[in-house]
Design a protein around this ligand. Structure first.
Ligand code: SOE
Length: 372
């Protein structure tokens, strides 16, 4: 079986997804082979340059025409959020399987429309929350599912960056609610909400505070300033349906923090700690250890016994950020082959969106808000 893909997006995520398709062909020979058919962008010259660099067969700037092509099986949407819904609905209408970047959409009604369109068309749908597929994160999930942490009490997550701190930074699309849905909340918070749901189950209730530290920024066209219409930072307290409680923080204003994505989970039989800056390692504490030998130990999750192990290098040879996209694409392709559900999918996207919505409502009303 070979699968022809059209990728929509030529920037950072377009690059990450392109590399994932190349890697899958090279390292995951048990997956269907990918043909990198068409790269779609807005600007003809930029798209052609990206096509050459990323290794796609063709370049196009006509996204609707590409959706209708019979020789495309999978549509990969790596565009800004405001285009996700229209593109995904069009892809589903044309019977294409869909991979979509996070967050699924800018609003809950959009996300629901995408899910309904994909389900009605009977196509596979997948949401790119790549951090689920760090081997150490997948290992944490395995340990929780096996009961090795016992009853889970706490989920404590932080996703910190600092790229937005300069007031001179122009008002990019990420500062515009129309284009991005929300700020640090939807961009970074969505990742740790997804990880919280993946590891600890559904989030039932939220209270939150958001803040916009720089409320206007230089307009992109150089004509004066324009208002920032999204949050710069968010802090959340959450309750999980299964009884745990959690705190989540996401910001673009944590000086010195470039891509600091970390969580700690505490259960009745032990704890795990993940930190993207040491992404192959999972810190694990077990209450079963001898009392005089207790302490956190480091599991380097790069052996053939670990999730995704064995596909890359010999045991203990570390991997990186880009591999998380490869693992995501690999699982999606295996799901296409077997027909099994691969998560996170658009249903997860809708559930994540409900948490994002509840968070905005909670911050606005300064009260606890249920997610359903
Ligand atoms: C923002 O800076 C960003 O690129 C996010 O959009 C990605 O989802 C995250 O993984 C890295 O940071």
């Amino acid at each position: 079986m070979s699968v022809r893909v059209a990728l929509f997006g030529t920037k950072f995520m377009g690059k990450a997804h392109s590399q994932a398709y190349r890697n899958v062909n090279m390292y995951f020979s048990d997956a269907p082979e990918v043909e990198m058919a068409v790269l779609v962008g807005r600007d003809p010259r930029e798209t052609e340059e990206a096509r050459k660099t990323f290794g796609w067969q063709e370049a196009s700037t006509d996204w609707k025409a590409v959706m209708q092509r019979d020789d495309v099986d999978v549509v990969d949407i790596s565009t800004p959020g405001h285009m996700h819904a229209e593109m995904a609905v069009e892809a589903a209408r044309n019977g294409k399987h869909i991979i979509c970047e996070k967050p699924l959409a800018n609003t809950l009604p959009e996300a629901e429309r995408m899910l309904i369109a994909a389900e009605n068309a009977g196509v596979k749908h997948f949401l790119m929350h790549n951090y689920r597929r760090c081997p150490a994160v997948a290992m944490a999930k395995r340990m929780i599912d096996d009961g090795r942490l016992g009853r889970v009490f706490h989920f404590r997550a932080r996703y910190l960056q600092d790229w937005a701190m300069s007031p001179e930074l122009p008002r990019l699309w990420r500062f515009d609610k129309e284009a991005s849905g929300s700020g640090a909340l939807g961009d970074l918070g969505a990742h740790i909400i997804d990880l919280g749901r993946y590891l600890c189950g559904e989030i039932s209730e939220v209270c939150a505070a958001t803040e916009t530290f720089i409320t206007e920024r230089p307009a992109l066209d150089g004509e004066g300033k324009k208002p920032v219409t999204v949050d710069d930072a968010v802090v959340m307290c959450v309750r999980f349906a299964e009884g745990a409680i959690g705190t989540l923080e996401a910001t673009r204003f944590a000086a010195g923090r470039k891509n600091h994505n970390t969580f700690e989970i505490n259960g009745s039989k032990g704890s795990v700690v993940f930190d993207l800056e040491n992404l192959n390692n999972l810190q694990y504490y077990s209450t079963d250890d001898d009392i005089d030998a207790q302490g956190f130990r480091t599991i380097i999750c790069c052996a053939s016994t670990h999730p995704y192990g064995g596909h890359w290098w010999p045991d203990g040879h570390i991997i990186g950020y880009e591999h998380t996209f490869t693992h995501s694409v690999y699982d999606f392709l295996k799901g296409m082959e077997s027909g099994h559900r691969v998560r996170p999918d658009f249903e997860d996207g809708v559930l994540n969106q409900k948490v994002l919505d509840a968070t905005e409502k909670a911050a606005e009303t300064r009260a606890w808000v249920k997610t359903d």
